[in-house]
Design a protein around this ligand. Sequence first.
Ligand SMILES: [Zn+2]
Ligand SMILES: [Zn+2]
Length: 720
Amino acid sequence: MPNILVNRQTLAVSLLVISLAGPMTAGETAGKTLDPSYQIAVELGPYAQAADAADGAHAISWDGSDPARMNASTEAFAAQELRHYLSKLTKASEEDPQVFPVVAVKRSRSHKAIILANLSEKSHQPDVSRAAQREKLAQRLSARESFALVPDDDNLLIIGSDRVGVLYGVYSLLQMLGVRWYAPGNMGEVIHESASLQLPGQTIIQSPKFLTRGFLAWENRGNHDFYLWMARNRLNLWTIADTDRASEKQLGLQLNGGLHWIFERYLNPATYMQAHPEWYGLVNGKRQGFKADMGTNFCTSNPAAVHQFIQNLVADFSTGDWRDTDLLELWPLDGGTWCECDNCNRLGTPTDRLLTLVMQVRDALEDTRRKGLIHHPVEVVFPIYHETLSLPSNPQWMAADFKNLIGTFFPIGRCYIHYLDDPNCTEYNTDYWATFETWRKHPDKYPGQFEIGEYYSVSTTKSLPVLYTRIMAHDLPLFYANGVRHFHYMHVSTRLQGPKRLNNYLLAQLLWNPDADVEQLFSEYLNDFYGAGAGDARRFYDRLEFATSSIQQWKHYGGEHAGQLQSLVDQINRDADNLFDTEHLKLEEYHPAKNAGVSLGESVRALQECRAIMNRLRAKELPGEVKLRLAEDDRNLRYAENTVNLYYYLAQALMARKQQKLEQAKEFYRLTVPFAQGLREETGIVQTASSHANAKDGLDASLVEKTYEELGKQLGVASK
Ligand SMILES: [Zn+2]
Ligand SMILES: [Zn+2]
């Protein structure tokens, strides 16, 4: 069922339109025709002018204590965005104040206006109140960030359940009229030539299917173009670590904080351990501290330790630097050991201990909120990851206790050749899917919400142009059908995305609506982005996705349960006798009944085809903006070609040396040299993600630099 509801008499027509063209196109549903005399009316709260409200975000407290200013800021910004793009669509000049004038709601005239309204406000203009009653919006806009587009004589009302719903209503209208934001910045923007200027002819209601939609980040590393692109595509998760919090809040982003460093932030051994050694974990009879995200977790059965931890945390979330934080990521240390004291052992497994702490923290945050010291909801998120993959064994809570709690399942060692639930991926995925199903099928043990933390750019990927469109088209609806309502992946590249932009664009559309038609979105993207080159570009994307699908097998460890599977680079670096010891990854084509993957040789040849297509595309007469996009794509492709060819020939050089065929080893080694040199020259793409996922240059990012250099010395062949 698409997440677009319409009033009854028009249901059949709208469903038809949705199935043909995603959100909506003109045609049967078209209403009044827009012209630049339309006013844009917006509630300005305490502000006199829309510009004051839209531009004053940095002067507002965004902790929820001043909703009138927060609302006016986001809604006035939404009005500005609407004016900007309606002017573009109608080719009218934004310089002319008569073009789509933005006015305060109370000064708007009664006809030919687009009126923005927020249902969470106490009072509304009469048109809005009447429409809200007629369309039963109080019930139908119960989900946060939802909105209704309601035609009302010559007017259109954009009514959000909250300020972000208003903003999303504006962006969705613009999308219906023919505006696309495929990537951050001007290069990613497309306005359809055949754009319709007709407003919807009947009420349209939308609400998000996934509630948390975006990227897991914990460093100050974004940029304004990227945040704008996120908001325009209705993505809503970023990090409190970013310094431009006001802009992010204005754009409706939810900010998270915590992760593996949360224990250090609120119970740092450097501060407390000398006076209170008993607060810290007991291992082999000795109290142990931790540093940053590594070491022994604190003694979570010690009431005084827990009290101090919670006191510091609550102070930070009420009056401290993190008072704007929406999601607390309450994670233990990364692969940390757990306290061995009797009281901790009585608490149970690491999952039981973590959940006990999570519940205490969640309750303290709720108490503080009830006292009026925290002004917005805070959700507490815990990881289902490594030592907390097992179900809670003996939960002492009732289902009603699991409010504002989210468990994030992290399949870090999964395979991206196969879907997460593919029964043929027994080396990597089947254990993960079984673990997730265990949680999902035991609401008696855990009745809380689920999130998936994906690895579409796991640290070792180092921003290679890996495509996940086939995986996302299957897995995201699968996750939704299995009760998942929150989703992120970590280490997104915020610049120089090249073909990776398609992952992010499709992700945004599928998180809003997992029933979205991926083929239709893909076709539209190709036509919009590459024009006359769309046919070639389709083949390019298809081959690139195939060529890069063994990313996990090349660079990251696999599996969590059946013993860790080594990646190709690990095998290369430890000089293993068999570099290709999984069924998934062989040097050349191999088709086992289960665990069939994509060989290194197949990847090399698919990238050769990508290269031929890219060269053909770049020689074509195409518009300037298409050439710019192709240049970015080409640079990403070059990075992938150099990486994969380096692996292909280095692996064969190592195998020849192992067999004492030194001349052959030298020959293979010489073949690697130009690829390694190309990688040394790539210093941009490898700096676009988080510090964990970045590298000095492409050769550093290959993770085999040291082995490569040493082999050159041993064979007496120059490495550059
Ligand atoms: Zn303990
Ligand atoms: Zn697989």
